[in-house]
Design a binder for this molecule. Structure first.
Ligand code: ADP
Ligand code: GLC
Length: 470
């Protein structure tokens, strides 16, 4: 099949979280699918932070997009199947996402540019695969502004929700900049009357199929508690809503192959894991003490991730138990301040690194004994799967994709999002550490099947379901 896969992040070029990893690994897995070997073209913005484009081919030198009254000139470069939309006025900024007044335009342009690119290079996709709110206008664009073009006659759309907490809601004044003012009647009318447009909702209304990144999250988002006001729309479309668990890219995340860790290891011989732990502690300026477990955290420090529960629990655990903690992450000040204060209060037990660092993330996965993810909600979560693969036993809140991957055989999942729940899971993990039961948990995790090759057939089935003649 021919697939146009459009995403606001693609690793290693631009990544703030799991979407970047998925947008790199899923297209790669689809291309090497044993059954088919699909032709997958990936499109992303050329942010100023993107490196490694030496040798990229200019595909489109200049293309003028008219989004209503707004004219935008873009060009396109290609490298290894990834197309970079160049528009310095929109993407030449320090961040991937911004709170600038034209945020809606930055991603409306990405969607327009991806479809205009297909026209320029004569690529007739069977599937346009959009991801999250940033590319959610594509289904409606195909049904309206691009509907005249026979190139797209067979094209069907799939929209993947990676996080329903971000919907791309803007004042109705942004409608003109989407280039869809002529199709205003296709937007949700009540919202429009209230003066709003919602990119994600627009995608949910017009995509041929909707997927999200775990079966549990697919159920959760159809409830008022987790649906972030879109649950009713999702229930209406439940016959085309699918939960497909994300996979992991084992070329990047495998302890026996990982080039970013100082010592490689496997289930047969875990000695390299202990060496990684020593290296991690040394780099974090913490002492290595035989038999003392090390908990790792790698996370965006956002409300979603549930670290509020740690405010009361971690100081108690650290003062009573022999345990160490290494945290890597950036985000909201209350969480950054909390971990920084924790490191000052427990200087021999806690280290906090406020940074985004791919190598440190790998070292924490390899060198920790346990991995903490108390997420309030978690559409899928990749870090717990990386942890399982690295023999690092996850401690999680049983929600979303965490509920689908962590269980009593490979880790610790607490049921209720409260301090007692987290305390129970931590106590239980600490009491089992070093026992034969612990080794069993590690082994079960490392033997789990989390690779994308296990998941790709689910996407193939969904593509076939919506694409005519396939
Ligand atoms: P989310 O997408 O909600 O952030 P995931 O668990 O799906 O959560 O994916 C997070 C990804 O981002 C993982 O690859 C993780 O290693 C990475 N990550 C998060 N914070 C950092 C950081 N500070 N440094 C390096 N990598 C990070
Ligand atoms: C989102 C979610 C995360 C998921 C990732 C990739 O960022 O928060 O749970 O793993 O997307 O799908």
């Amino acid at each position: 099949m021919k697939v146009l896969f459009v995403s606001s992040e693609v690793a290693p070029f631009a990544k703030t979280g799991g979407l970047g990893d998925v947008a790199a690994a899923l297209p790669k897995a689809l291309r090497s699918s044993v059954a088919a070997g699909h032709d997958v073209r990936v499109v992303m913005p050329l942010y100023s932070r993107v490196k490694g484009l030496e040798g990229a081919t200019p595909v489109v030198r200049e293309m003028v997009l008219s989004l209503g009254e707004t004219r935008v000139v873009v060009s396109v470069l290609e490298k290894d199947g990834v197309y970079f939309v160049r528009c310095p006025g929109l993407y030449g900024r320090p961040g991937i996402y911004t709170t600038d007044h034209d945020e809606h335009l930055r991603f409306a342009v990405l969607s327009w540019a991806a479809l205009a690119l297909c026209q320029r290079i004569g690529f007739a996709p069977d599937i346009v695969h959009a991801n999250d709110w940033q590319t959610s206008l594509m289904p409606l664009l195909l049904r309206t502004m691009f509907a005249w073009d026979r190139l797209f006659a067979q094209t069907r759309t799939v929209l993947t929700i990676h996080n329903i907490g971000h919907q791309g809601t803007f004042g109705a004044g942004a409608l003109g900049d989407t280039g869809l003012a002529g199709a205003a009647h296709h937007f949700h009318q009540d919202q429009l009357r209230e003066g709003r447009i919602n990119f994600l909702l627009t995608g949910l209304l017009y995509a041929n199929a909707i997927t999200t990144v775990s079966p549990t999250y697919a159920r959760e988002i159809q409830t008022p508690e987790h649906g972030a006001s879109l649950d009713g729309f999702l229930r209406d479309r439940r016959d085309v809503l699918f939960g497909v668990l994300n996979g992991i890219d084992e070329d990047e995340w495998s302890p026996d192959r990982d080039a970013k860790i100082p010592h490689r290891y496997s289930l047969d011989d875990l000695s390299g894991k202990d060496l990684c732990k020593r290296a991690l502690l040394a780099s974090a300026n913490l002492p290595y003490v035989d038999g003392v477990p090390l908990i790792g955290v790698v996370s965006r420090l956002a409300w979603q991730k549930g670290f509020d529960l740690c405010f009361g629990v971690l100081p108690r655990v650290l003062s009573r138990a022999r345990v160490q903690l290494v945290v890597l992450g950036t985000g909201e000040p209350q969480y950054e301040d909390f971990f920084a204060a924790l490191a000052r209060r427990f200087p021999r037990q806690v280290a906090y690194l406020s940074a985004f660092s791919e190598p440190v993330a790998h070292l924490i996965e390899a060198g920790s004994d346990m991995f903490l993810m108390p997420s309030r909600y978690e559409p899928c979560g990749l870090n717990q799967m990386y942890s399982l693969r690295y023999g690092t036993v996850p401690i999680v809140h049983r929600t979303g994709g965490l509920a689908d991957t962590v269980n009593a055989h490979n880790g610790f999942a607490f049921e209720h999002f409260d301090e007692q729940g987290l305390m129970w899971a931590l106590r239980r993990a600490l009491s089992l550490f070093g026992t034969t039961e612990w080794k069993r948990l590690q082994r079960n995790g490392m033997e789990g099947r989390f690779a994308w090759t296990e998941r790709v057939t689910a996407y193939e089935q969904i593509y076939r379901l919506v694409a005519p003649g396939r």
